[in-house]
Design a binder for this molecule. Structure first.
Ligand code: TTP
Ligand code: MG
Length: 400
């Protein structure tokens, strides 16, 4: 279903990483801030505050060059955990307005607010309210674009950055849009830009007016997509929100014979965690809490919960956490009938965080998932971290 006229918002944080640093370190406010590797290294700029951009500092520029352009800038190493945490809260804020939220990167999303007018007013009012809420809650600004589709909304959010609200109407397709360089159109990368330039096409206007045979000769069937793009019609697909997240994902087993054997419990726990986390990754989710459940032979049931430092989809971290919870339980000579584990406080793992180990430690898991998808679940087993595989065969378990 397509949204009615101009009811798609594109929300994009301004200088996101740098803004988060300025919000949590007031001494940095109003100063040029560059987020990236330490100066003197060969790393590149992740982003620069608008104060630093005034000196020409840009994303992806070598840090050394940024330092030459703006020696007075404060260079801050990235803290992906902090940015990830702000991201999670931003998504919550956006979802207060509509459940049709399509998160596209760590700092931007499309919101379809076509069904929200009666509750929250017209799109521009909603955009203002979102800016206020984001500023009140996180101390950072964002720019918002309004359009009838995703492409126009996205282009509109660039029009009045930072902290602006831009709008591109369908009428603007034959007006303001024409003035933009073709590179601003989503999907027109450097190579495409050069190929268009070779045909003399550098602006949206020239692309709109280019004869189709000229484009077809150069790009074949791709010509039609280019024409669509030039008229703001690409990305017209509806805002794709994810289905509501499950509250938790878990697995439990009832032992055929009640047990107090710590090795057996540990090994079973690993299998449970492995199973639950594989499902979690398949759904593209990450968990912030781990809950352990134990039922004694008396049917008395206890649970223990731990919160992780960040949301993760990594089997190893969740297993270590669950194993520590299990270790802390004093069995007091009792036998265990049932063991369960669940991962909760789930978040959509919608993008790759690259600064820390938060997602990187899932790469082994993902490799294991791939092999299993190809050769079957039993093709690869897991050893309990540094622990050796259990000496005895695993208990036959009954799934509940
Ligand atoms: P962007 O939204 O592209 O940039 P920005 O928020 O810093 O600035 P703008 O005001 O123009 O929107 O990216 C969001 C964050 O993603 C950015 O703060 C840093 C990170 N990032 C990188 O680490 N490397 C990159 O190449 C890009 C483009 C972004
Ligand atoms: Mg941004």
């Amino acid at each position: 279903m397509f949204a009615s006229a101009s009811s798609i918002l594109h929300v994009d944080m301004d200088a996101f990483f740098a803004s988060v640093e300025q919000a949590r370190r007031p001494e940095l406010r109003g100063r040029p801030v560059v987020v990236g590797g330490p100066p003197g290294t060969r790393s590149v700029v992740a982003t620069a505050s608008y104060e630093a951009r005034a000196f020409g500092v840009r994303t992806a520029m070598p840090v050394a060059r940024a330092q030459r352009l703006c020696p007075q800038a404060v260079f801050v190493p990235g803290d992906m955990k902090a940015y990830g945490a702000v991201h999670e809260r931003l998504v919550e804020t956006w979802r207060e307005f509509t459940d049709r939220v399509q998160v596209v990167s760590i700092d931007e999303a499309y919101l379809d607010v076509s069904g929200c007018r009666r509750l929250f007013g017209p799109p521009r009012t909603i955009a203002c309210r979102i800016q206020e809420l984001v500023y009140d809650r996180e101390g950072i600004t964002c720019s918002i674009g309004i359009g009838s589709g995703k492409l126009l909304a996205r282009l509109a959010s660039e029009l009045d950055k930072p902290a602006g609200i831009g709008e591109l109407t369908d009428a603007d397709v034959h007006g303001r849009l024409r003035e933009l360089p073709v590179r601003d159109l989503l999907g027109v990368g450097e190579v495409m830009e050069e190929r268009l330039a070779a045909l003399g096409i550098t602006t949206v206007a020239l692309l709109q007016d280019a004869p189709l045979p000229l484009l077809t000769a150069a790009f074949g069937r791709g010509a039609y997509a280019l024409k669509h793009l030039a008229f703001g019609r690409s990305l017209a697909s509806p805002v794709r929100s994810r289905r509501p997240l499950p509250k938790s994902l878990g697995k439990e087993v009832t032992f055929e014979e009640d047990t107090a054997d710590r090795d057996r419990l540990d090994a079973t726990l690993l299998r449970l965690v492995d199973h639950a986390m594989t499902r979690l990754r398949r759904k593209g989710l990450a968990a912030r809490t781990v809950t352990l459940k134990l039922r004694y032979s008396t049917f008395h049931t206890i649970s223990r919960r731990a919160t992780l430092p960040y949301a993760t989809a990594a089997t190893a971290l969740v297993y270590r956490t669950a194993a520590a919870l299990l270790h802390d339980v004093d069995l007091g000579g009792r036998l265990v009938r049932l063991l369960g584990v669940s991962a909760g406080d789930l978040h959509a793992k919608s993008f790759q965080l690259t600064f820390d180990d938060g997602w990187k430690d899932t790469s082994l898991d993902e490799a294991v998932d791939l092999v299993r998808a190809k050769y079957g679940t039993r093709s690869i087993g897991r050893a309990a971290g540094a622990l050796a595989p259990p000496a005895r065969p695993l208990p036959t378990t009954t799934l509940t």
